[in-house]
Ligand binder design. Structure first.
Ligand SMILES: CC(C)(COP(=O)(O)OP(=O)(O)OC[C@H]1O[C@@H](n2cnc3c(N)ncnc32)[C@H](O)[C@@H]1OP(=O)(O)O)[C@@H](O)C(=O)NCCC(=O)NCCS
Length: 257
């Protein structure tokens, strides 16, 4: 027999309490959690508001969400879909938008925004897969996907999808860990300019420019020494290669922006 609504609610409350106990080392007792954790109060009020919203009671749902915001400092739109084991630690200043989807056992800290990038309608807020952690003050903006088990560092601003099991920090958020492997920070902030790792068109453009510089230097040296200039090897396609290289570099910098 399928569990009744009361048993479902009590199971969900127990799971939320377990999540808080597991993830907050400061939590001492169930009584303390029930009485003093605004993150739990906000999630419980959200679950009521979400059910009302699903039944089409939009205004009462918004009213419950606003009372919750007044009491806890946490604003969750009733339309947001939140899975079991969700824990908001401290909580003040958390904002969760209407089309946000949150999987199981997700943790967010105070000041987190799961928001839309602008005035668009439709799906405009992020999707957080199971086990994601979002650090204090971080903003995740747009209909992005934050992969299973990913961590968003405190204060980061994330505007692109985040792969599963990776850690993203900074503004704009960039991965520093992927599948448990540290990503060399030098490579993130100062990309390697070795020709072998440049995109081919850029490498070719630089190669032919270097060749032209060497030819011109040899020509000047020969003229200064009163000798016949050496024959130009030349590269008939050099101009086209340089143009292609510039195009590629522009495209790469626009993609990165
Ligand atoms: C990102 C975080 C999850 C750590 O993840 P991690 O996988 O253990 O990563 P590391 O600590 O090894 O850090 C990796 C690199 O990112 C940097 N880094 C870590 N957190 C950062 C942050 N929030 N912002 C910018 N850089 C950060 C580290 O300095 C390190 O840089 P380095 O490689 O140049 O030394 C953690 O630092 C964090 O921000 N947690 C949020 C906790 C929080 O909000 N607590 C509030 C409690 S009230």
């Amino acid at each position: 027999m399928a569990p009744g609504p009361l048993s479902r609610i009590s199971r969900s409350i127990r799971r939320d309490l377990d999540a808080a106990r597991e993830r907050d080392p400061a939590a001492r007792s169930t009584t303390e959690l029930v009485l003093t954790y605004p993150g739990l109060h906000a999630v419980w009020m959200h679950r009521a508001a979400h059910t009302m919203n699903q039944r089409g009671w939009h205004l009462p749902a918004r009213m419950v969400s606003q009372v919750s915001r007044f009491v806890t400092g946490i604003e969750i739109h009733p339309g947001a879909t939140i899975g079991p084991g969700f824990f908001i630690d401290h909580g003040m200043g958390v904002v969760i938008g209407e089309t946000t989807e949150i999987g199981e056992d997700v943790t967010v800290y105070q000041g987190v925004t799961l928001g839309g990038p602008g005035q668009e309608s439709g799906k405009r807020h992020p999707t957080l897969r199971d086990g994601v952690t979002v650090g204090a003050g971080a903003s995740v903006l747009g209909p992005l996907e934050i992969g299973e088990g990913a961590k968003i560092g405190a204060g980061s601003i994330v505007v692109k999808d985040v792969p599963a099991n990776s850690t993203v920090v900074g503004n704009p958020g960039k991965p520093v860990v992927r599948d448990g492997q540290r990503i060399d920070p030098e490579k993130i902030h100062h990309p390697d300019l070795d020709h072998t790792v440049l995109p081919d068109p850029v490498a070719e453009a630089l190669d032919c420019l270097m060749q032209r510089v060497e030819e011109l230097e040899a020509e000047i040296a020969a003229i200064r020494a009163g000798q016949e200039p050496p024959p130009k090897l030349g590269d008939a396609d050099c101009r086209d290669k340089v143009k292609a290289g510039i195009r590629e570099a522009r495209k790469a910098s626009m993609d990165a922006a």
